[in-house]
Design a protein. Structure first.
Ligand code: WQD
Length: 326
């Protein structure tokens, strides 16, 4: 029940699904379970286990009469994946094989998979649509693409499968209650958690990685998506799979991009905090700009983002203030 899983669990419970979480807590905290219950006002199940433990996973699926799986059990730090590739191949790729084997053993064939816009690599054109060529540039991105390919092969070989691969853009923000949000271990790499730590005094300033990109203000531009919109996307995909077979890929993004400085200014406005920053060298591997073409998810799943950049910053700030007191 990491960042995206916890928000998705809330939306599933509120829309009437029963939820059971299987997690090895390597990047999450057991307290989150109580917080999900508190927000949703409903109970949910939990099994502590590793995704690579096929036997334990199979037993958990069977004992809890699971009918569909949302697979979010991935390691997700791009930089770390280049330093520890085998850990990433083991947890992400091997872990996904283990999950499929467990699902096959108990005849479950509905799966929503957490993929990433990272699979696209350098933009050949923008916005990225789902048919854009895929050239991931790091082990994490390779894992996501391998798993997608495996799922397509699986659905081709066995027509009972119903699979949605959701390519997330940049998930940010938190639940409006301030009870759950992103809580990265150690020093954060991603922009919003760094801004949060500057706002609450844990870090002195934000280092902006380059202001010489060919964007409006020279800083990198990204398609930031509110984690609650993302959670709704999982719900819509799961609902849609009840009526549809095969393996399908969808971008989940807002369809527009904002620069580092635009995000910073918006955060400063909603928090009434000054976020000191310095401009430093570009971060190796960073792209200038990317954003999603979102027509497919809108047309087929009936999903699009509803929350604004201001909603993103307000909910993040609320979570940061709240988690400081915990
Ligand atoms: C956003 C912008 C940075 C930190 C990563 C993964 C991607 C996806 C989402 C999972 C960029 C700038 C950042 C900082 C900065 N994850 N920045 N100072 O790199 O777009 O995407 O997370 O699938 O796969 O690569 O996100 O939040 O790290 O960076 O200036 O301290 O903020 O250069 O322009 P990124 P990010």
């Amino acid at each position: 029940m990491g960042y995206i899983g916890s928000h998705t669990a809330v939306q599933l419970l509120l829309s009437g699904y029963q939820v059971h979480i299987y997690d090895n807590l390597c990047n999450s905290n057991i307290d989150t379970l109580q917080r999900i219950k508190r927000i949703a006002g409903k109970d949910l199940g939990f099994t502590y286990g590793d995704i690579r433990d096929t036997q334990k996973l199979t037993a958990a699926l069977k004992e809890n009469s699971i009918e569909a799986v949302i697979h979010l059990a991935g390691l997700k730090a791009v930089g770390e994946s280049s330093k520890k590739p085998i850990e990433y191949y083991s947890n992400n790729t091997q872990g996904s094989i283990s999950l499929i084997q467990a699902m096959q053993a108990v005849h479950i064939s509905t799966l929503v998979f957490s993929s990433s816009a990272t699979v696209y690599g350098d933009p050949v054109y923008l916005p990225y649509d789902e048919a854009h060529p895929t050239f991931p540039t790091n082990p994490y991105g390779h894992n996501k693409l391998q798993i997608e390919q495996m799922l397509h092969d699986l659905a081709f070989s066995d027509k009972n499968w119903r699979i949605a691969c959701l390519r997330y853009f940049n998930p940010v923000g938190a639940h409006e209650s301030g009870l759950i949000g992103e809580n990265p271990n150690g020093i954060p790499n991603n922009l919003m958690p760094v801004i949060g730590q500057v706002a609450n005094g844990k870090l002195a300033q934000l280092s902006i990685f380059g202001n010489d990109y060919s964007t409006s203000d020279g800083t990198g531009k990204r398609d930031y998506i509110h984690v609650m919109d993302l959670a709704d996307g999982h719900l819509m995909a799961l609902n849609w799979l009840q009526e549809n077979l095969g393996c399908h890929t969808f971008n989940l993004g807002s369809g527009s991009s904002f620069s580092v400085l635009e995000l910073l200014r918006c955060f400063e406005k909603v928090s009434a905090k000054k976020i000191p920053y310095q401009i430093v060298a570009r971060r190796p591997g960073d792209l200038s700009e990317y954003y999603a073409k979102v027509d497919k998810a809108e047309k087929i799943l009936g999903w699009k983002t509803r929350r604004s950049l201001e909603d993103i910053c307000t909910s993040s700030w609320n979570w940061i203030k709240n988690s400081k007191n915990n």
